[in-house]
Ligand binder design. Structure first.
Ligand SMILES: C[S@@+](CC[C@H](N)C(=O)[O-])C[C@H]1O[C@@H](n2cnc3c(N)ncnc32)[C@H](O)[C@@H]1O
Length: 398
């Protein structure tokens, strides 16, 4: 991924799609009579999820070489095979257990997990997929049909989380980072909520004094991270996800017994809100370019924020779930059998040596995905240790 300030111009049909969404967002801004426009969270929600137009719900290709970004399961099946090893450990302790994948992207992770579990003779009862994107659902179906037609009967697509009674593993790679966040700023010790207005034919950021709830949420971060906040001179902006608790509540409600395994880029709270990270973590992805112009090309580019894993752990604990492990991706994969899987793949196809070694490097090196990506596991009514965290459990950092 290239960090850049120059982007390729989108083709005409994409621009026309984008203009429709701009028009819709602009109308919503104009309906606000106080002149404060809409919150950035609402802007991000519309940019990513507005029915028929948002980035994740419209028909454009997002993931993979011809899309905007790539992810670990797209880089190497070794990633998903490691996850499958971890899933197996959980499944074999439970009766009639299934897997539920959140945000399954192109479907390749489902393919590789199911293939590996079949090889291990430990297929789940069902493999459920919950994805918000109609385009990606179609891609997932095509991918599963192409690679594992004989296992298609195991796969069920859902439109929402089951209300209750799910037993097994709930897994999600890079799903939390796509949730709309509150973007706040701190100036002269006052907390603002970043809003979006329409000005001189463009969207513009318009800080509005934060309401009580956001103020309290940010103050809590300040207590933890800026004991010396009175002397803090620089303007500071960052993000928080106000919906995490509600989201975890519904996950907890759906889960009767088992483990939730979430992988994403992010930090513990202490690292997330470092005083020197004065511009937060918001990023956009367009055609494998990474930049921070969040207001341009709504509907055409991905907008993401890193994950505060301390907030994830707190949200899970508040529901009564137990946090079973926290680790960086490199350590988790190493503990989940990456080396043995690599050796096996090499033995199966020695010609692939360079390619496989490159994949392992990308997944594991600290400067690539190894350190920036983290894995967290939470559990309900499940107390067996998880091997994925046996080489380095960093819950103390949360
Ligand atoms: C960054 S992609 C990651 C895809 C895939 N997990 C991977 O690693 O390649 C985010 C995925 O989450 C899905 N998604 C976003 N918000 C969601 C939500 N609220 N519920 C379920 N899926 C969601 C998107 O449609 C997309 O498939």
């Amino acid at each position: 991924m290239q960090f850049t300030d120059t982007l390729p111009t989108p083709p005409d049909d994409a621009l026309s799609h984008c203009n429709q969404l701009i028009h819709q967002i602009k109308s919503e801004i104009e309906q606000q009579t106080d002149g404060n426009g809409i919150s950035f969270r609402r802007f991000m929600e519309m940019a990513l999820y507005e029915p028929a137009l948002g980035y994740y719900v419209a028909g454009m290709r997002k993931i993979g070489a011809s899309g905007d970004f790539t992810t670990a399961p797209e880089i190497s099946s070794l990633f998903s095979q490691c996850l499958a090893n971890q899933c197996k450990e959980v499944l074999q302790h439970l009766d009639n257990a299934s897997i539920l994948e959140l945000g399954a992207g192109s479907g390749i992770m489902a393919v590789d997990i199911l293939k590996r579990l079949e090889h291990l003779n430990c297929l789940p009862e069902f493999y459920y997929i919950l994805d918000i994107s109609p385009e990606l659902k179609q891609r997932q179906k095509a991918s599963l049909q192409r690679h594992i037609p004989h296992l298609l009967k195991k796969v069920i697509w859902l439109d929402q989380l089951p209300k209750e009674g799910f037993t097994g593993v709930i897994v999600g790679n890079e799903v939390l980072d796509a949730m709309p966040i509150d973007w706040f700023s701190i100036k002269d010790n006052q907390i603002f909520n970043q809003h979006v207005i329409w000005k001189n034919d463009y969207f513009a950021i318009h800080p509005v004094p934060a309401k009580k709830t956001l103020q309290q949420q940010v103050e809590q971060l300040k207590i933890a991270t800026f004991p010396d906040s009175a002397s803090q001179q620089v303007d500071y902006s960052s993000e928080l996800n106000p919906n995490l608790s509600a989201w975890f509540n519904s996950v907890n409600q759906c889960l009767q017994q088992g483990v939730v395994l979430l992988i994403d880029y992010g930090y513990s709270r202490k690292e997330y809100y470092l005083p020197e990270r004065t511009m937060g973590t918001l990023l956009c992805h367009y055609q494998h370019r990474c930049h921070n112009e969040v207001l341009i090309y709504p509907g055409l580019q991905d907008i993401t924020a890193s994950v505060d894993f301390t907030a994830v752990a707190e949200a899970a604990s508040d529901t009564g779930m137990e946090v079973m492990g926290f680790s960086n991706q490199a350590t988790f994969l190493a503990a989940s059998g990456l080396e043995a899987l690599f050796m096996q793949a090499l033995q199966d196809d020695p010609q692939q040596q360079y390619k496989l070694a490159q994949q392992v490097r990308t997944l594991s090196l600290p400067a690539e995905m190894g350190e920036r990506f983290k894995v967290i596991a939470t559990a309900k009514d499940f107390s067996y240790p998880l091997s994925g965290f046996s080489l380095g459990d960093q819950r103390h950092r949360l």
